[in-house]
Design a protein around this ligand. Structure first.
Ligand code: UDP
Length: 318
């Protein structure tokens, strides 16, 4: 039986990955310092003999007993308001945490997949973004702590691959959504769903003309798993190429939730907020035979069911 270590296991993506690896018949060791993760996301795994959990901060030395086949490094604050509040932890988990896990991968002769991000492209000057684009990042802006930590993560991962022959994978994750997102994490969809359900103003930043491309979590996890099982060590974009403006998706959420008290309200655009973002997924299509399957209408509907439960809101009548 294969054993996988997942860091950030109690987080949104980490917990879905734990589920997937368990479903694949693996033994899964979850690790999380619970800075932004939530135990509820993995509580259902605790009765399983094949699952264990360490409450540990990967910026400190990481020790795991026994053999390890796979490491998936997904620990990091991932929402702009989180990394604005925790700039140093964000830098440390991307830098020191990644270093520790690469060291562990080397010692255990494990394959390691690290979570990078579309943020390595910054406010992109090439659109859509292929893996070969180097990005347009402000290192000292408010987002720099995340962007540069993830750029360092990619650099040190390649160095361990080239220098020590560690079996590495790098996934560049674009905006992902679905059940288990933190209600108050400040990202667009959790904010819009909770505001719409509570009958408050839906806070669109700027004029809402900036774009993102949202991938449903199940599709994202499928792409990540396929990359893990591939033999490709350069970065691969995994995201949904269907691009939408923030104003448009705010209107879709408003419509879907159907709460007559909710309305759209405009707030200032955060500093360095990327104007556009869309993955070029030609590489993933060819290499992994992967592309997203779940349409936005379906994904948003499933996400709404989750937020209703998470917020304990009864069906909102139109
Ligand atoms: N956004 C917004 N209202 C919110 C939260 C976010 O209009 O309450 C915008 C944000 O300015 C950005 C986009 O939605 O243009 C996506 O933001 P998010 O925080 O989800 O992630 P990002 O893609 O910026 O990392």
């Amino acid at each position: 039986m294969k054993t996988a270590l997942v860091t950030g296991a109690a987080g949104f993506l980490g917990s879905h990955l734990c589920d997937r690896l368990i479903a694949e018949g693996m033994r899964v060791i979850g690790m999380d310092n619970l800075l932004t993760g939530a135990m509820e996301n993995i509580e259902h795994l605790f009765p399983l003999e094949r699952f264990s959990f360490y409450h540990h901060d990967v910026t400190r030395f990481v020790h795991v007993p026994g053999e390890l086949d796979y490491i998936l490094h997904f620990a990091s604050p991932a929402s702009p308001i989180d990394y604005l509040e925790m700039p140093i932890q964000t830098l440390k988990v991307g830098a020191l945490g990644t270093h520790n896990l690469l060291g562990l991968a080397k010692a255990k002769e494990a394959r390691i997949l690290v979570a990078s991000t579309s943020e390595v492209y910054g406010d992109p000057l090439v659109h859509p973004q292929p893996e070969g684009y180097w990005g347009n990042v402000n290192p000292i802006g408010p987002r720099g702590v995340y962007d540069e930590a993830k750029r360092f993560l990619e650099a040190i991962t390649m160095a361990y691959h080239n220098e020590h022959g560690v079996d590495t994978r790098i996934v560049r994750i674009f905006n992902t959504y679905g059940p288990r997102m933190r209600v108050n994490d400040g990202r667009a969809l959790p904010a819009f769903f909770s505001q719409a359900l509570r009958g408050e103003g839906i806070t669109v930043f700027g004029d809402g003309s900036q774009t993102r491309s949202f991938c449903y979590v199940e599709d994202e996890v499928e792409g990540i798993f396929r990359l893990l099982m591939s033999d490709y060590h350069l970065p691969v974009n995994i995201g949904n190429p269907v691009e939408v403006s923030i104003r448009e998706i705010a209107e879709e959420v408003l419509q879907l939730v159907g709460n007559p008290s909710a309305y759209i309200t405009y707030k200032p655009l955060p500093v360095d907020d990327p104007k556009v973002r869309q993955p070029d997924i030609s590489l993933a299509r060819e290499l992994l035979k992967w592309e997203p399957k779940i349409q936005r209408a379906e994904g948003l509907q499933r996400t709404l069911e989750y937020f209703k439960k998470a917020l304990d809101v009864e069906d909102v009548k139109t």
